[in-house]
Design a protein around this ligand. Structure first.
Ligand SMILES: Cc1cc2nc3c(=O)[nH]c(=O)nc-3n(C[C@H](O)[C@H](O)[C@H](O)COP(=O)(O)OP(=O)(O)OC[C@H]3O[C@@H](n4cnc5c(N)ncnc54)[C@H](O)[C@@H]3O)c2cc1C
Length: 810
């Protein structure tokens, strides 16, 4: 056999579907032309060729919306760029709202659209019928009309990007299956193929429905379920023939379906409800499979197909010409897996997309930025494959993926929980708290207290303040006035120890670890460009032993970041001890009195001041007590050996009753941290920005010498910034900032909110907004549009609550 492969390439991408080709195109465009894509059959022969090709821009997540929007701007111009037609139809889309909540949802997305830059209008049922005269709108309150999207011919579009990639100098090798990937002692990857071996610096798994198998070669557990999905194409419809204009792509929660024109025929895709099905259930797709389709299955389609016919009676006049029944991979949260694989240097994932035609272009662009420049210009936290851990077992992934598939067009209201696959990770007091009325929410598989229903009420989910508002106010009041306890065992916890532990942490973190015995600092890992990667609370527990805490969802990613950053020459050991310890947050002005009943340790400021962490005994249990918290009160976090968490909780509760102790959850935490203007990792602090835009310079120690990102930060200080963070008070009515809302000066968008909450102690609605720097000045006012309603925001000079930290130091 002729050897087609070179011996070496900078990047090898496995898989020539929309995701792999989208990445190849953008790597080559960015100047990495030394890239090879290897496809086992023909390009697009996995899921891509048969896709219906819709590219929606209606997405309720600001970062994902940017990905979709980028694809929708690239595809229409690809033909001109490459000479290869894509079959782009810029017919737009209309999604239906049938409830007031869905209408609020539209308003939220309308705000995101204003920021991202795609056109969207909320239109009346009459307007819907003007645009699509064939649709009935019974029960429809409004439509979300997105004008800049449409559909493509999936195979042509993918081939156009392939042609573009080749024009930029990239190589595509077809009909050559990859059979293995091996890490070489040099740190490079050896990709074994049917046509020989190629060595590369970066390997990318873009294997679509095969991605989990490809990942298993290197021990990865990639959380994917391959679902079956089908759409129907009708015979030509006279009404469509008679009309020049094409109807938009309709998205209809009532039918759980999309429907549109396919030339002069109808195309109807259904997401089944209870009877969603997996592809190759119990077995695996054959390696030899190419352009594989399954036999049509009418029964699962029928209930929803009937609803589509109700909506679009013209469809019922035509017979069915063909049914396309193929496989799509789904992840537990429906977002694709785009970014580094855990534990493996330079092994990337670009897969797991259930709407990969719409996302291939955008995912390719931003992953290429990440690979080439070390960071993407958008926040990638929701795509990073390391947002999942070992808890995402096959059972978990399957349960979640079915639910995600079935609920494709369902609105998830703020606070609404899907229980599939749960509980995946429980703390030892999960059942105890549940019995006390705890309503849990999930983070990284953990069940975390969200709020406590002491009177048996259930949350009435809404974008607006609801019947839990007053309950949260009570929890906040207890934290501020008495003493409260919160099970935060979901913290990610690491131990870094060894002779070089301190030097290692000082080299990779922007702040300097405390020289003081038992000192605590907040410190951030930056990349070479000074962008924020991680946030750690670092406690010195000994001369060469440090205890690191980060957020629950960072567990896998931060462990990776620490390990990848460590040099072979550095004598430091990094251990993930997340599951060894449980954590209780004890906060409120009576905390010291309460704790004093359970420990002989002197808790006074003289012996145990703020930002100090010590190993002490509480209720007879040796634990790590940190005088620090995220809620801005006198308090200690108690990190106990996990098996003793319950004993410590019980002892605290018993001792706390005389002080009026209560449990609290993350709803209250969000309100309390907003009052203190504490920024959230992954929300305010992201890979998009540096510590300077984020207003976090006080946590950067330039004097300590070199650290990763120092030069970039010094340079950034001299540059004109595009964005600065502003902490604002909002003149809100019955709805607070969710994140993703636009800020306006007149009709000009000047910023984007990241998060917000009502501060129950200060009685103010508070938010963080990234704005053009001239608007970040205290006392400046501008508007924030919350659910289509302009509200005035005023920039605050300092935290709304206890700006001097007197409570923390009490
Ligand atoms: C009926 C249906 C309708 C759909 N409609 C839409 C839609 O309207 N809009 C939308 O956005 N999405 C739609 N999708 C989803 C879309 O098809 C997928 O999300 C998308 O194609 C995924 O692209 P991918 O590149 O990840 O995977 P794939 O297209 O499957 O590409 C993976 C490639 O990897 C190759 N490969 C695997 N293993 C190896 C190996 N060992 N060596 C070399 N090559 C290998 C495969 O041959 C394959 O070509 C639809 C899906 C179905 C089933």
């Amino acid at each position: 056999m002729t050897k087609l492969l070179p011996n070496y390439s900078r990047v090898v991408i496995i898989g020539g579907g929309m995701m792999g080709v989208g990445l190849l195109y953008h790597l080559a465009e960015a100047g990495w032309d030394d890239c090879i894509l290897i496809e086992k059959g023909e390009l697009t022969s996995g899921s891509t060729w048969h896709a219906a090709g819709q590219c929606p821009s209606f997405i309720a997540d600001y970062n994902m919306a940017q990905i979709h929007h980028y694809s929708n701007t690239l595809y229409p111009k690809l033909e001109e760029l490459t000479g290869q037609a894509t079959g782009w139809h810029g017919c737009g889309g209309i999604r239906f709202a049938t409830t007031e909540e869905e209408l609020d949802y539209f308003r939220l997305v309308e705000g995101i659209a204003a920021n991202v830059g795609f056109r969207m209008q909320i239109i009346s049922p009459e307007e819907i019928q003007r645009i699509n005269p064939f649709v009935t709108t019974e029960g429809v309150l409004a439509g979300a009309w997105t004008l800049d999207d449409g559909h493509v011919d999936s195979a042509s579009c993918c081939n156009a990007m392939a042609k573009g990639a080749k024009n930029y100098g990239a190589t595509i090798i077809r009909n050559n299956r990859v059979t293995g990937t091996n890490l070489l002692p040099s740190g490079e990857w050896e990709v074994v193929t049917q046509q020989g071996i190629i060595v590369c610096e970066h390997v990318v798994n873009a294997g679509g429905c095969y991605a989990a198998r490809i990942g298993s070669w290197v021990g990865l557990n990639i959380p994917l379920t391959n679902m079956k999905h089908q759409y129907v194409v009708t015979e030509p419809i006279q009404e469509f023939i008679n009309r020049d204009e094409e109807i938009p792509v309709m998205r209809d929660p009532y039918a759980n379906a999309y429907y549109r024109q396919e030339q002069k025929s109808g195309l109807i895709g259904i997401y089944e409800r209870s009877n969603s099905r997996e592809a190759w259930f119990g077995s695996e797709q054959a390696w030899e499979a190419e352009n594989e389709l399954f036999a049509a299955e009418f029964d699962p389609l029928m209930p929803r197909l009937e609803r589509v016919m109700e909506r679009m009676p013209v469809y019922s006049k035509a017979g069915i010409m063909r049914i396309v029944h193929g496989a799509i991979s789904h992840t537990p949260d429906s977002n694709p897996l785009v970014g580094p694989a855990s534990g493996l240097r330079n092994y990337w994932l670009c897969t797991g997309s259930s709407i990969g035609i719409a996302q291939g272009g955008g995912c390719g662009k931003y992953l290429a930025q990440w690979m080439v420049h070390g960071a993407a210009e958008i926040n990638m936290i929701g795509l990073d494959p390391r947002r999942f851990g070992n808890y995402a077992t096959t059972e978990y992934t399957t349960a979640k993926s079915h639910r995600e598939y079935q609920d494709m067009y369902d609105l998830m209201l703020p606070g609404e929980e899907r229980m599939d696959g749960r509980p995946a990770r429980r703390t030892p007091i999960y059942e105890k708290l549940k019995a006390k009325g705890c309503v849990h929410t999930e983070a990284m598989g953990w069940e975390r207290p969200k709020w406590f229903s002491l009177d048996g009420r259930e949350e009435e989910f809404s974008f607006r303040r609801n019947n839990v508002f007053e309950v949260v106010a009570e929890e906040c009041r207890a934290v501020r006035e008495r003493v409260s306890i919160f099970d935060l065992s979901s913290f990610s916890k690491y131990e870094v120890s060894g002779p070089d532990a301190e030097a290692f942490l000082n080299r990779i973190c922007a702040n300097k670890v405390s020289r003081r015995a038992s000192g605590i600092v907040l410190s951030h890992v930056l990349n070479e460009r000074g962008r924020i990667q991680s946030e750690f609370t670092i406690t010195r527990l000994g001369a060469d032993r440090f205890y690191l805490l980060s957020g629950a969802t960072s567990q896998v990613r931060d462990f990776d970041i620490l390990n990848l950053a460590k040099l072979d020459t550095e004598a430091a050991t990094i251990r993930d001890i997340t599951e060894d310890y449980g954590s209780l947050v004890l906060a409120g002005p009576r905390t010291r009195e309460l704790l004093a009943k359970l420990t002989s340790v002197d808790l006074s400021n003289a012996n145990f001041r703020w930002l100090t962490g010590k190993e002490i005994e509480v209720a007879g249990v040796k634990l790590i007590a940190l005088r620090v918290n995220y809620v801005g009160e006198l308090g200690w976090e108690l990190h106990t050996p996990v098996e003793q968490l319950e004993a410590v909780y019980d002892a605290i509760w018993a001792a706390g009753e005389e002080f009026g102790i209560v449990d609290f959850g993350v709803y209250a935490v969000n309100s309390l941290r907003m009052e203190k203007a504490y920024k959230g990792f992954g929300v305010e602090l992201t890979n998009e920005i540096t510590m300077i835009e984020a207003g976090m310079e006080r946590f950067v120690n330039f004097d300590k010498g070199d650290f990763v990102g120092r030069e970039a930060l010094l340079q950034r200080q001299k540059e004109q910034l595009n964005w600065n963070i502003a902490y604002v008070e909002v003149d809100a009515e019955d709805v607070d900032v969710h994140g993703g809302e636009p800020a306006y000066d007149g009709d000009t968008v000047i910023g984007l909110t990241t998060s917000g909450s009502f501060g129950h102690t200060v009685g103010k609605s508070l938010a963080f907004v990234y704005v053009s720097p001239e608007y970040a000045v205290p006392e400046t006012t501008f508007d924030i549009e919350i659910l289509s309603n302009r509200r005035q925001a005023k920039v605050l000079a300092e935290p709304a609550y206890d700006p001097q930290n007197k409570r923390l130091r009490a």
